[in-house]
Design a protein around this ligand. Structure first.
Ligand SMILES: C[S@@+](CC[C@H](N)C(=O)[O-])C[C@H]1O[C@@H](n2cnc3c(N)ncnc32)[C@H](O)[C@@H]1O
Length: 209
């Protein structure tokens, strides 16, 4: 488990207080993406539960999250939603589920922070049923020679330290496409106050084999 130190508490508090902004910028995209999900869903890195309002009532939602501080907020909020929730404290690099278990897997702002995105995507694909969907919203590496790219280079070490492994320069779209070759996603540049994480990918892929 990740330690429950000051940084972990700060990150949980920070994400909790960012929820209104995440609903503001992603809300409509999430409504559309989450409508693709079936009954049995896995969310990795569910954090404080920002995505809870977007699940269909009575979804069987399994959550894998390593931070006890995030989970404290998540569990408090989860009671308000008509979902069948099963929480697992753990890391998405090693999912404790059988192959072909879920109709859908969700990852929002998580693949930037995991220690091995390839291992996580391998696991996501393994636990998805054939025809199941993987939906994602992730911030990504900015195009070369942009102001954001320059800023990403500058803030990279400090950002990674403060936000517990968050890599602002990760080319997550390419990694997703190598596991879900048919993945479709929009590339969006938000006018965000958080400039180093301005560029986002928002989309989904399907498990074909
Ligand atoms: C920036 S927060 C995003 C939380 C939530 N998904 C959202 O959109 O608000 C990143 C989350 O990923 C979790 N996380 C970090 N490494 C992880 C890993 N290896 N496996 C699963 N979750 C992880 C963190 O604990 C945190 O809750």
């Amino acid at each position: 488990m990740k330690s429950c130190g000051c940084k972990s508490r700060f990150n949980a508090f920070f994400m909790k207080n960012l929820e209104w902004y995440l609903h503001h910028v992603y809300g409509n995209y999430k409504k559309s993406l989450f409508s693709k999900l079936g009954k049995d869903v896995l969310e990795i890195g569910a954090g404080t539960g920002t995505n809870l309002p977007y699940y269909r009532p009575h979804t069987n939602l399994t959550v894998v999250e390593p931070s006890r501080d995030m989970l404290n907020y998540f569990l408090e909020k989860a009671e308000k939603y008509p979902l069948n929730i099963h929480v697992v404290e753990g890391f998405a690099e090693r999912l404790p589920f059988e192959d072909n278990s879920f109709d859908g897997v969700v990852s929002t702002l998580v693949l930037c922070s995991v220690s091995s995105p390839s291992q996580v995507l391998k696991e996501i694909k393994r636990v998805l049923k054939p025809g199941g969907v993987f939906i994602f919203i992730e911030h990504v590496k900015a195009p070369e020679n942009t102001l954001t790219a320059k800023l990403q280079n500058i803030v990279y070490p400090g950002w990674k330290w403060l936000f517990e492994g968050c890599d602002v320069k990760r080319d997550t779209g390419s990694i997703i496409s190598s596991f879900f070759p048919d993945a479709t996603y929009k590339k969006i540049r938000f006018n965000s106050p958080f400039i180093p994480v301005n560029y986002h990918i928002i989309g989904y892929g399907t498990k074909r084999n």
